[in-house]
Design a protein around this ligand. Structure first.
Ligand code: PHE
Length: 352
């Protein structure tokens, strides 16, 4: 074969490579496609491989002239095929680790999102209702004097109900306790304001309890207090009826049960008909058909007097409820400790 003939075949192969072969390699999506392109030039029956085999038949001088040109073309093809092979292999490795990463039909990944603590949600709901009923938000200190926690509430020293409260006394600070209920805010607000007044006060309270599924040494209450002229038990009843229906649903049925608190007279505990069995008796209401919701009563005249409010002119009602209790009933939480353990697997179920 003539050298000129060989030379023009080489030129044709190089031109074909430059015009289509290189681009075909760059578009290859599988290792097989890369191999097919490379094989068509350099495989056993590849164009360039065949041509190189014929190089040996050319005169020495022509071999020296044309050999390096053919080797350059061979190297360019090998290099391009190698590069494409490597980047495809990297891509496939990554794809294997994350096989669905580019499936556009899958739902996206939602970034985790914070939410309000369930106890905060109950306080917010209660606050919204009571604010609408004209009550103001009030707060009191967690470390309280025995005077506000007990004395102005008609619980004198040696009164047995001080024992019932299982009080934490602050060591080294005589007369100071961790408040055992939110009722001390009643006295503070009556002293601070002049009637008529309507306040509610959510917050933390403390009792020396052995911690178990239904007891915690720290828990939350919401206090309510209304003082005005001519306030009586009927006002308490009507307010709680509206309040509990707003909180628990319009079907809610209330039951007032006589009770005793030193700071209210008369006193009542308010139950709602069990929202699980509707009164027929189940596990939730312990077969009683009713669930205890709060303590309440008409403010004792001794309390009004102790706070500088004239019982001849003013009267009032008060109520207090446990926040954890409402949250447990609302969401079927059976262990009070769930609210304090900050386990996001638990708390995440309440986020909105
Ligand atoms: N302070 C009472 C308690 O802790 C609840 C209560 C509040 C009762 C207001 C009557 C009036 O149990």
């Amino acid at each position: 074969m003539a050298a000129t003939d060989w030379e023009s075949r080489l030129a044709a192969i190089v031109a074909e490579w430059e015009e289509g072969g290189r681009a075909a390699l760059e578009k290859a999506l599988t290792l097989e496609e890369v191999e097919a392109v490379r094989g068509s030039y350099l495989g056993r029956k590849g164009k360039l491989a065949l041509l190189l085999r014929e190089l040996g038949a050319l005169p020495l001088e022509e071999k020296r002239r044309l050999g390096p040109r053919a080797q350059d073309a061979k190297r360019a093809i090998e290099e391009a095929a190698g590069l494409r092979e490597k980047s495809l292999a990297d891509f496939l490795d990554r794809a294997a680790l994350k096989p669905l990463f580019n499936d556009p039909t899958l739902p996206g990944f939602l970034p985790p999102r914070g939410g309000l603590h369930p106890l905060t949600r109950i306080v917010d709901e209660v606050a919204e209702i009571l604010l609408r009923l004209g009550f103001d938000w009030a707060e009191g200190p967690l470390i309280e004097t025995e005077r506000y926690n007990f004395e102005v509430l008609n619980i004198p020293e040696h009164h047995p109900s001080r024992d019932l409260m299982d009080t934490f006394y602050v060591s080294g600070a005589k007369g100071m306790v961790l408040r055992t209920h939110t009722s001390p805010v009643q006295g503070r607000e009556m002293e601070k304001r002049t009637p008529p007044l309507r306040i509610f006060s959510p917050g933390r309270v403390f009792r020396r309890e052995n911690v178990d599924a239904t007891h915690s040494a720290v828990f939350h209450q919401i206090e309510g207090l209304c003082v005005d002229e001519g306030i009586g038990f009927a006002d308490l009843k009507g307010t709680l009826e509206v309040f509990l229906k707003a909180l628990l649903g319009p079907e809610t049925k209330l039951r007032f049960r006589p009770s005793y608190f030193p700071f209210t007279e008369p006193s009542a505990e308010v139950d709602v008909q069990c929202f699980s069995c509707h009164g027929s008796g189940c596990g939730l209401c312990k077969r009683t058909g009713y669930i205890e919701m709060l303590g309440s009563g008409v403010v004792h005249s001794n309390v009004l007097k102790a706070c500088g409010v004239d019982p001849g002119r003013w009267s009032g009602f008060a109520f207090g409820m446990g926040v954890e209790r409402i949250a447990m009933l609302r969401w079927g939480v059976t262990d009070i400790r769930a609210f304090y353990e900050s386990d996001v697997r638990v708390l995440g179920q309440f986020s909105r």
